[in-house]
Design a protein around this ligand. Structure first.
Ligand SMILES: Nc1nc2c(ncn2[C@@H]2O[C@H](COP(=O)(O)OP(=O)(O)OP(=O)(O)O)[C@@H](O)[C@H]2O)c(=O)[nH]1
Ligand SMILES: [Mg+2]
Length: 462
């Protein structure tokens, strides 16, 4: 049964020119509205079966004088009867001509007949409130839509299919049964729980801790898939930074010239390597300068170096490096940096072996030599290996909640280990708190604020 009283409508297709646009309606009045807006041969929409479609014309209301009724668009109308629909409510989808204007005209007509304009994500929110999907699956809908790569879409589809929900649910089940048993033990008066029973509870708590830890361990990878990684290219002027950007993205995006100080602003481009989106940023050459424009560019470059997940530091290897530059290189975190010794076709005067803690790639970017090794080094630093775990925790919200739950459960573990009767009550209280938090993850418990937070990220019409 629907928990929602009113009927909502929105354009579900993106703005711009296209072959088809879709106006979606959901709620108890959907079929009444459909009857009123559609002219068709045969039975009215409300008399049709679910999962069928009708060809017809959306028409506008006549004025008081009975005149002025107009055809708005020629359409195909799809009928979905509750609960067999996206929202589990009665749903009508009107496929009309593409383009914003035609779709807007249809939407306006539908709104004039009693529907309310849907909020962002409201259809999916109804799917959640009506129990068709849990909160993790609802969130995955938006991840599928905004996935930047095949791999990200694959991980989001797994989450939509319930892989993450199942994982959380099994941990939830372990914790709730343990909690029930501990609560029961409080009724044993003086005796408390027998040793073997406590050993069994310990084992279960430990398995929950392991499950939560492994879930948290997937966050880096999941986060990478979702947000992509920021890869900054930096170095002194004229060393070949823009040449490197162009090679990595496979097009002549940045101007390459023999004049030092060619790039003065940051240039950002996206590429996908092994299914992971990378935002690659070329920056202005690092040097002291009196030019205010270039100096701003250098400030921006330093900002990128601080924020980047991976720093590609390019140096001209055909010249010896100044001490100062070695110092600057060592300021970077070696785990997140790749140093490119470029221009080796002009000779190698740079001292080798000065930075043993760093990954160094020798290259002649002019001819493209070394670019595969640079890509390989990026992949290695980012740790792309094999498949993303099917239950990958892929949002910041999930990571936050899971780590709080983990803290609680570890706390419970610590209390129970002491085998003290008087610590059972605090352990139960902690465990209850952990269960509430886990419930918030799947949406078993939720607040309006949480839902608003999640669904406001969605697009209108989804
Ligand atoms: N010989 C040689 N020249 C190179 C190599 N890589 C780049 N160059 C040349 O070096 C010059 C500078 O290259 P850019 O890619 O513009 O260098 P940059 O670091 O972006 O320079 P700025 O934007 O001025 O900081 C150009 O003339 C490139 O063709 C290389 O491996 N060997
Ligand atoms: Mg440049």
């Amino acid at each position: 049964m629907s928990t929602q009283q009113d009927t909502i409508a929105a354009i579900s297709t993106p703005p711009g020119v296209g072959a088809i646009s879709i106006v979606r309606i959901s709620g108890p009045e959907s079929f009444d509205i459909a009857d009123r807006v559609l002219r068709c041969s045969g039975p009215a929409p409300s008399k049709r079966q679910g999962q069928t479609f009708i060809r017809g014309f959306v028409h506008s209301e006549p004025g008081d004088d009975g005149k002025g009724e107009r055809e708005v668009d020629e359409v195909i109308m799809l009928i979905y009867r509750a609960p067999h629909s996206y929202t589990r409510e009665d749903v009508v989808e009107i496929q009309g001509h593409g383009g914003r204007t035609a779709a807007r005209r249809v939407l306006r007509t539908v709104l004039e007949h009693g529907a309310r304009l849907a909020d962002a994500g409201e259809f999916t929110m109804r799917a959640f409130l009506n129990g068709r999907v849990d909160l993790l699956q609802a969130e995955a809908v938006m991840d599928v839509i905004s996935a930047k790569s095949e791999r990200a879409a694959g991980a989001a589809m797994d989450q939509l299919a319930g892989s993450l929900s199942n994982w959380i649910q099994s941990t939830y089940n372990i914790l709730i049964s343990t909690c029930a048993e501990l609560e029961l033990s409080l009724d044993f008066d003086d005796e408390g729980l027998p040793g073997p029973a406590l050993d069994d509870i310990d084992r279960r708590i430990t398995s929950a801790v392991e499950a939560l830890e492994s879930l948290l361990g997937t966050w880096d990878e999941g986060h990478l898939l979702r947000e992509g990684a920021l890869v900054g290219i930096s170095g002194r002027p004229n060393v070949g930074k823009s040449t490197l950007l162009n090679l990595l993205i496979g097009s002549d995006r940045a101007i390459v010239a023999a004049v030092p100080g060619t790039t003065r602003d940051t240039i950002e481009e996206e590429v996908i390597i092994k299914g992971v989106p990378l935002r690659i940023v070329d920056t202005a050459g690092l040097r002291e300068t009196d030019c205010p424009v270039e100096s701003q560019g250098v400030d921006r470059a330093r900002e990128i170096i601080d924020r980047a997940d991976i720093n590609l530091r390019v140096v001209d290897a055909s010249e010896p490096l100044l001490d100062d530059e070695w110092v600057r290189i060592r300021e970077m975190n070696p785990a997140k940096a790749v140093v490119v010794f470029n221009k080796i076709d002009l000779g190698e005067k740079v001292e080798q072996g000065k930075i043993p803690e760093f990954t160094v790639v020798r290259a002649c970017l002019l001819s493209g030599e070394g670019i595969d090794r640079i890509r390989g080094a990026i992949e290695e630093k980012l740790g792309f290996d094999g498949d993303i775990a099917a239950h990958a925790v892929i949002s910041e919200r999930h990571r936050r909640v899971v780590s709080l739950v983990l803290d609680d459960v570890r706390g419970v573990q610590g209390l129970l280990e002491q085998r003290r009767e008087d610590l059972i009550v605090p352990a139960v209280t902690l465990l209850r708190g952990a269960l509430d938090k886990l419930g918030e993850l799947t949406g078993q418990t939720y607040t309006e604020e949480l839902l608003t937070n999640i669904f406001s990220r969605f697009c209108i019409g989804k």
